[in-house]
Design a protein around this ligand. Structure first.
Ligand code: FE2
Ligand code: FE2
Length: 274
């Protein structure tokens, strides 16, 4: 199977890049599934239903969230009627929505997507390892699902790597989100799981994490209230990872970083070109 994972969409420029480029990539690379993190898609904070619908219409099979899941209050309601939208599985019991979703793809195969959130330098949540264990046990790779993708929404690379090795051999891909900067440690782990500590963002990299530079710089220098963070508006880079899995085992056989448009050095898989 051919999978594409794209990191956090930040603001309008990130959305526009996804909407403009994803349909063409889906076709050119004959993608079977696309997973995108959308936690910063609405003005940098959260996700609205209209934006979620746009991202799905452009070719995303599943959209994941994160610590900004409910910044747009309407997400508390529409997440319940959006089975292809997930928030971290280790949120407290009773949190709206779900932390994992099993979707039937157009190719007839089944894709499980799980999101867990880290606890290092983040909110005190339930154990992400236990939550991931539960979800993987409920729908094992090769039995319940033909591919399993885990979005680890976390700050610390140590926690992300630990979760990657924890799921090695049981997921097609474990990939980090949240830090908005792509790492160059993409690899296939010893038991066949593709791994990358952070997918990066779909946003303007002439920025501080996708936001206009001035206010973040000011806040580091002056500890006084200031203006709102606003998403930067320059051309976005689509950033993430391309993964090909073995249809029989569901494990990864080929991976390549993806960086298209904007300021970052460009990268595309060469193994899907005819
Ligand atoms: Fe984010
Ligand atoms: Fe985040």
């Amino acid at each position: 199977m051919r999978l594409l994972f794209l990191g956090d969409i930040v603001g309008r420029t990130g959305r526009n890049a996804v909407i403009e480029r994803l349909p063409g990539l889906r076709e050119a690379w004959k993608l079977d599934a696309v997973i995108i993190n959308g936690e910063n898609a609405a003005g940098g904070f959260g996700l609205t239903e209209a934006i979620f619908d746009e991202v799905v219409a452009s070719g995303a099979d599943v959209v994941t969230l994160g610590n900004h899941s409910f910044d747009q209050r309407e997400a508390l309601v529409f997440i319940e009627r959006a089975p292809r939208l997930i928030r971290p599985a280790n949120y407290p019991k009773g949190t709206p929505g779900r932390g994992a979703t099993l979707v039937d793809l157009k190719n007839g195969m089944r894709l499980l997507v799980v999101q867990v959130m880290g606890r290092v330098y983040m909110d005190a949540l339930d154990d992400p390892f236990a939550a991931l264990e539960r979800e993987l046990a409920a729908c094992p790779l090769g039995l319940g699902a033909d591919a399993v993708v885990v979005d680890v929404h976390a700050e610390a690379t140590s926690e992300k790597q630990a979760l990657g090795h924890f799921a090695d051999g049981r997921a097609s891909l474990v990939i980090g989100t949240h830090t908005h900067v792509p790492t160059s440690d993409h690899q296939i782990l010893g038991h066949g799981t593709a791994y990358m500590s952070d997918a990066g963002m779909c946003g303007d990299y002439d920025s501080v994490l996708g936001m206009d530079k001035e206010e973040p710089i000011r806040r580091f220098i002056q500890k006084t209230p200031g203006l709102r963070f606003e998403p930067a508006t320059g051309e976005a880079t689509l950033s993430g990872l391309a993964v090909e899995t073995d249809d029989r085992t569901g494990l990864a056989v080929k991976i390549a970083p993806v960086r298209i448009g904007g300021k970052l050095s460009q990268a595309e898989p060469d193994f899907w070109l005819e």
